[in-house]
Design a binder for this molecule. Structure first.
Ligand SMILES: [Fe+2]
Ligand SMILES: [Fe+2]
Length: 313
């Protein structure tokens, strides 16, 4: 029975013009129907038709699942060979958004390893093309989706970490860690994660658990280097953060770097319940609400401003 070998995939991970190696099925009246044959790319028109019909998931063969990531890996690899400019960077970012969607849909160890590999290649690219690290802020997209937030934070972190002087393995580690920083959100129910209104205090308490859940997942996969970033990226130096309310030097440096990019992205990105801020206002807010109040490291914040204004955002 083919039904038993099929797995549900959100359509956000599909790529127009790609997914050549995968057969795509739909369930019509309880029966699987082949929507796209193997060895032909998924036409843009076909993908659009799914969206127009409000179809949120398709089905693929379980054994073909990892082909999604390898496909993305190949595509990103191809992009990394192109001229390093804003256009290429934006394209890389849109593929990374898919990687993030995929990871959230299937948070399995093997997929984390693929993501780590992809991120490693991008960190090399940043080192080979340092100018790109100063235009990353121009590439970020404004959207409410978690996958967009994660890729935005990742790309901002890549530039910021390079600006701070991180190279080789240290750069690689921080970049991959920033990609996984919110992975604990896989355990947060969709009605909270995608809620367009402001969360109730009870819902907010559940959302806050993503720090610990992320830590747990990454620890279970033996990604200890990244687990700390997931755990501590919402702690504040004055002890008012979460989940453990640790303070000062108890908080590692890496999560603090990710946190600055995270706050900036949250303030400048679209949130349905409030207006998104322009870069200058976001930085003013960060200064007044976080740096001056001793929640984030002042020097690190100053460096972040210098990093962004190298190329005047
Ligand atoms: Fe977070
Ligand atoms: Fe975040």
């Amino acid at each position: 029975m083919i039904e038993e070998k099929l797995i549900k995939v959100p359509i956000e991970v599909l790529m127009p013009g790609r997914n050549r190696k995968i057969s795509v099925y739909l369930f019509i009246q309880g029966k699987p129907v082949l929507y796209k044959k193997k060895n032909i790319p998924l036409e843009e028109e076909k993908l659009k038709r799914l969206k127009d019909n409000h179809i949120s998931h398709v089905f693929i063969k379980k054994k073909e699942l990892s082909l999604f990531v390898t496909d993305l890996e190949e595509e990103i690899e191809e992009l990394l060979r192109r001229e390093a400019n804003l256009k290429t960077l934006k394209e890389i970012l849109s593929r990374l958004e898919k990687v993030s969607e995929f990871l959230f849909a299937f948070p399995e160890k093997e997929h984390f390893e693929h993501t780590e590999k992809i991120s490693g290649r991008i960190s090399q690219y940043i080192e080979e093309n340092p100018h790109i690290s100063y235009i990353v802020a121009f590439a970020i997209k404004k959207d409410f989706k978690t996958a967009v937030h994660v890729t935005n934070v990742y790309i901002l972190c890549s530039g910021f970490a390079y600006h701070l002087g991180l190279r080789d393995e240290k750069l690689e580690k921080l970049m991959a860690g920033s990609f996984f920083h919110d992975i604990g959100k896989v355990k947060v129910p969709d009605e909270i994660l995608k809620k367009p209104e402001r969360l109730t205090p009870e819902e907010y308490e559940i959302l806050k658990k993503h720090t610990f859940w992320g830590y747990e997942i990454l620890q279970a996969y033996r990604f200890d280097d990244y687990a700390g970033i997931a755990y501590e990226h919402h702690e504040f130096l004055d002890g008012t953060g979460y989940p453990r309310k640790i303070r000062g030097s108890e908080i590692s440096w890496e999560p603090q770097v990710v946190q600055i990019c995270d706050i900036y992205e949250a303030l400048t990105g679209i949130r349905p319940y409030r207006k998104s801020l322009e870069p200058f206002s976001a930085l003013t807010t960060m200064r007044d609400e976080f740096a001056v109040k001793g929640k984030i490291d002042r020097n690190l914040f100053v460096e972040f401003v210098l990093f962004l204004y190298r190329h005047k955002i």
